[in-house]
Design a protein around this ligand. Structure first.
Ligand code: S3P
Length: 169
């Protein structure tokens, strides 16, 4: 089974994805980390030195490469990944796509002190909250195409296992 976790930055894709993969003894890929490894640069440096367009091209290339070379895995994608280069349609065709639909308040709390998210590097809390709201709004129609939408209160191992087993049958 190929499982893709999508959602806003700070929605817990990497943390939850790793836990799920460990419990299920499946391979885990963090798309941002795979990009960083291949580029030998942190994400924010790639944005800074090579630009967002270059990042989006590498992001979708590496997403496709990992998906085609591996039979079964869980992948945490970057928040923007589904929204560029038809990557959402690609993931929907290749496996199960789960949208972690976490509240803006929780996301804000988690990302407000992060220094490694170039799209969210802003001066004030007000500006950050506004930016998060705008990005979420822009992306929601893509995120909502996911096979399953998981709300914050349901983000547990047992809930997600039930969901995956149900979807399998
Ligand atoms: C981005 C989210 C980041 C990373 C890059 C762009 C976005 O990943 O891919 O900074 O466009 O939302 P996380 O969602 O893991 O923070």
């Amino acid at each position: 089974m190929k499982i893709f976790l999508i959602g806003m930055p700070g929605s817990g894709k990497s943390t939850f994805g790793k836990t799920l993969a460990d419990k299920l003894m499946m391979d885990f890929f963090d798309l941002d980390k795979e990009i960083e490894r291949r580029e030998s640069l942190p994400v924010q440096e790639i944005f800074h030195e090579k630009g967002e367009e270059y990042f989006r091209i590498r992001e979708q290339e590496i997403l496709r490469e990992i998906t085609q070379q591996n039979h079964s895995f869980i992948m945490a994608t970057g928040g923007g990944a589904p929204c560029f280069h038809q990557s959402m349609d690609f993931m929907l065709a290749e496996g199960k796509v789960l949208f972690l639909d976490i509240s803006l308040e929780t996301i804000f709390e988690r990302v407000q002190n992060s220094t490694d998210r170039p799209l969210l590097a802003l001066q004030s809390s007000e500006a950050l909250l506004e930016r998060l709201g705008k990005i979420r709004e822009e992306r929601l129609s893509v995120y909502n195409k996911a096979h399953s939408i998981i709300e914050e209160k349901d983000l547990t191992f047992s809930y997600v296992m039930d969901l995956l087993l149900r979807k399998e049958s």
